[in-house]
Design a protein around this ligand. Structure first.
Ligand code: SF4
Length: 286
């Protein structure tokens, strides 16, 4: 049997734990009212399905789809100010499950806009929920640019431009972008907002990937931090795969692998990770 090495830390971060707890508390407190999630509470369908089925909460993507006087729980990745306004206009009870670290980015944006700064938000995807929410703070002042686009992007007024980051980017790829930008635009100001949970999980994987060269990440395809974990493992020289659940494991990947490093994204439940670990143990025992 191969040696299975579980990275530490892995799995749920503080923001996701908090969002799930808020949903559970809200279901208890407002058991007499209809409750809705605005957007996926967290980027993991297993968690969302469990919450919807056990707490009787429905996910919607438009505030207009929520009946007046219901309860709305705002997703962990945050939303634009206009969504809060729409919810208020509809007399909804708002429970904000936005991660406080994402809200910190919103706050930074508001301060920079007051100073008339141009802002670039480095992101993994333009349409990621966190990106959409932050850009919604000041669409005229913020330009979302992906980690791949940034190398071709022309900054018109570098002296007045601030670069922020999404909280869950690959630290390795972001550093490459920063080095490039600092070299091309020495007057640019960079304010990284990659969160501590993301950084710690990536540091653990980079260390293990450099030593063992084979990494499995358990996380949803929509989860930016899970994809970043896979990306940093690859940048550290490992063969790396991401699976949402046990059914996506391909036994051929494990041929001749003696040491298998495993980690899970910040929104991946422990039981899904445990099933994957158990299956890998079975595959490599044959
Ligand atoms: S990954 Fe970081 S920013 Fe995102 S929810 Fe977790 S703690 Fe918050």
């Amino acid at each position: 049997m191969a040696n299975i090495i579980l990275a530490q830390p892995h799995g749920f971060c503080f923001g996701i734990t908090r969002a799930i707890k808020l949903a559970q508390d809200t279901a208890k407190k407002y058991s007499n009212k209809p409750i809705y999630f605005f957007g996926e509470l967290v980027h993991n369908q297993h968690v969302v399905d469990w919450l919807e089925n056990n707490l009787n909460i429905k996910t919607v993507y438009l505030i207009d789809d929520i009946p007046h006087n219901s309860v709305v729980i705002i997703r962990a990745h945050g939303v634009a100010p206009e969504i809060y306004q729409q919810a208020k206009d509809r007399q909804l009870i708002i429970i904000d499950a936005s991660c406080p670290l994402v809200l910190k980015s919103h706050q930074t944006v508001r301060q920079l806009v007051k100073q008339n700064k141009d802002i670039i938000l480095l992101c993994n995807k333009i349409d990621h929920d966190e990106t959409v929410g932050i850009v919604g703070e000041a669409p005229k002042s913020i330009t979302p640019v992906t980690l791949t686009q940034i190398f071709d992007y022309q900054i018109k007024d570098p002296k007045n431009t601030i670069v922020l980051t999404q909280t869950t980017l690959s630290t390795t790829e972001t550093q490459k972008a920063f080095d490039f930008l600092k070299n091309k635009y020495p007057q640019l100001t960079i304010l990284p907002h990659i969160c501590q949970a993301t950084t710690e999980r990536q540091q653990a994987i980079i260390k293990l990937a450099k030593k063992h060269h084979f990494v499995i990440i358990v996380g949803a395809p929509t989860s930016a931090n899970s994809n970043s974990l896979r990306s940093v493992a690859e940048s550290a020289g490992a063969i790396s795969y991401i699976v949402d659940n046990v059914s996506e494991l391909n036994p051929e990947w494990f041929t001749n692998q003696e040491n298998i490093v495993i980690s899970s994204g910040a929104s991946t439940p422990q039981d899904i990770l445990d099933e994957v670990i158990q299956k890998i143990a079975e595959i490599t025992r044959r």
